[in-house]
Design a protein around this ligand. Sequence first.
Ligand code: HEC
Ligand code: HEC
Length: 265
Amino acid sequence: MNTALDRLVIGAGVLLSLALMAPAAAQEPVPDLELPAMAARPAPDARRGEVLYRRSCAICHGPSGRGDGPTARFLDPAPRDFTRGVYKLRSTPTGELPTDDDLFRTITDGVPGTAMIGWRGLPAGDRWQLVFRLQSMSARFGKPRAAALKVPEPLAFFSEEEVARGAAVYVALGCGECHGPSGRADGPAARTMVDDRNHPIRAFDFTRSWKLKSGRSPKAMYRVLHTGLDGTPMPSYAGTLSDRDSWALIGFLRSLFVDVNLSRQ
Ligand code: HEC
Ligand code: HEC
């Protein structure tokens, strides 16, 4: 039976789900190499930075940045301990500190797939004060810092031939040990891996491209392969991977994405 009331209820349901879907789509973080609002960088203001940090960050990262806020024990992955000066998301070589722009980008876009949301809603000037506040928490930032790696323009990486070449590179370099033979995070090491604070950690499941922490454009993927995710078992392959092999590997990984439309972009 399909009465007018049924139709009304179904209509209202559709409208409600559209209303619920719309903000989710609009808020999806798209971290990438491009930096918004660079011009707005102000001079450091320690007091402003502290006020903002306490208001928005301390609940997870802890009052003095040790990663020990009241919510921390419920979160996996755990909030970063800023006093250690070890960061996953960098454009710099492994073992180095992130650039100022890297931190600004992380604060703006957040870390997909984790409790770390983006703070685009804060004015750019305030996001810069937060960059300075985080840097003041680790003495490592007082020393000279490494420059960002230059990401070359992509070579054609999505032809069948290059994807097959990428699959061979994936096997040869042992990515499957952690990421699994089919890239679904089910490799032999999957259940035993820990991060540098001894928390269990899983490798990335390549079918879940929307969770890529350092961005899902081909250039962002190149960067993560050549910088690694410090503090995790994900190593840097700088010096190991030639440019052609890097792009072929990226072509292969993108062929595993389930949102196929992305794979050729
Ligand atoms: C609801 C909890 C939560 C809040 C609030 C939060 N964070 Fe985070 N943050 C996290 C978690 C969890 C991670 C770790 C993500 C990971 O390891 O993949 C993280 C990681 C980070 C990182 C490190 C990324 C890297 O490269 O390793 C930075 C920088 C950061 N947060 C800054 C901030 C700032 C600044 C604020 C306040 C504006 C903030 N966070 C508020 C949970 C939070
Ligand atoms: C020793 C284990 C290990 C090996 C070997 C390894 N990875 Fe990873 N990889 C990880 C872990 C663990 C993560 C997840 C880290 C996190 O989420 O913080 C990861 C994450 C990633 C990511 C996601 C980056 C992001 O932005 O979120 C990519 C892409 C990746 N690995 C590619 C590769 C490729 C390609 C190879 C081989 C050339 C490889 N990995 C080898 C452990 C490994």
